[in-house]
Design a protein around this ligand. Sequence first.
Ligand code: NAD
Ligand code: DAU
Length: 352
Amino acid sequence: MILVTGGAGFIGGNFVLDWLSNSVAEPILTLDKLTYAGNLATLEPLKNDPRHVFVHGDIGDQILVKRLLAEHRPRAIINFAAESHVDRSIHGPSDFVQTNIVGTFNLLECAREYWNGLDGHDKQQFRFHHVSTDEVYGSLSASDPAFTEVKAYEPNSPYSASKAASDHLVRAWFHTYGFPVVTTNCSNNYGPYHFPEKLIPLVILNALNSKALPIYGDGQQVRDWLYVGDHCSAIREVLAKGRLGETYNIGGWNEKANLDVVNTICAMLDDLKPRADGKPYADQITFVKDRPGHDRRYAIDASKVERELGWKPNETFETGIRKTVQWYLDNPQWVEGVVSGSYREWLQKQYS
Ligand code: NAD
Ligand code: DAU
């Protein structure tokens, strides 16, 4: 079996569902703290599936993690658990340091002790897969080449600094202890079950609820978008065939300016669910104060994972964003479940 941390979040949840959609897949133990971003409704389709066990807990809880490893004896750990929203890290970095750095440290130490106790084949097969981000590389100008795996780390936000620190710990555990790790650094994901604090789901839901579509600064910041299902397939490839101690950049070759992304979503909604007054959703676009330290451009060079492991994304931005918009139109109950009181307080704090 495999242990997935943060499996009730956006990418972890998609990963668990994708993995178990294969009828011969190994069972999964999900460990998740269920912060505001964790949502058991995402894992609802698995509630009667004996191959899935959910444990509510913290990756920083040494006693719990040691017990779970001893009882379930996973052959791999995939670490998705993190505080993941840049704007929240600006308002309050403490949870980011605690989970992303201290929590990853605890997970590494517990896993290393467990791995040391394995024998022969089990020890040789064990993997610790750390899921990280392109934000650790910093910001690009319009003419810079895309990030490769040898680009120096230059994190600019409390979030990316905490992820960079966790990547360094993972790297050091390989070099110092020979602990079998792989790290993936992925670009911006989008797709089903995405928490509506992030740009794409926020814009879809605000548009449908006749609210402003907030664009930070001039809206010309560039992100490199990858459909979440493609990220999940990349992780499966790297877990199965990635070289130990290596990092792999994962991306969709889909660089887009934020304003273009928002206009694309508006045009799609005009088509799929026109406004009652017949006006375009783009009329709701509103320029707001910029994010402090806002990175201008991210771009991933994903040629290493393609060359070494033969991985390529299946979706283009156009096919992926259509699926995503349709998913939000078809799943109002999931949305209702996450738009809780605490989420409304966040919107008030961030956008008032
Ligand atoms: P998310 O915020 O949607 O989900 C994070 C999950 O981790 C939640 O279910 C939360 O409850 C859980 N969690 C938080 N702290 C925990 C703790 N201490 N112990 C156990 N569980 C905890 O995040 P996401 O967007 O799904 O991102 C998952 C991972 O992928 C993160 O490590 C993130 O840095 C990385 N990543 C995200 C993106 C993206 O575009 N979203 C891109 C590249 C990499
Ligand atoms: O690059 C990978 C990263 O992508 C992940 O590591 C992070 O976990 C994930 O949150 C994401 O970070 P971003 O900051 O790029 O994503 P976000 O959706 O918050 O913002 C995308 C862009 O849109 C960014 O340039 C900021 C802008 N934005 C965002 C929001 C929420 C707006 O213009 N308005 C908004 O209201």
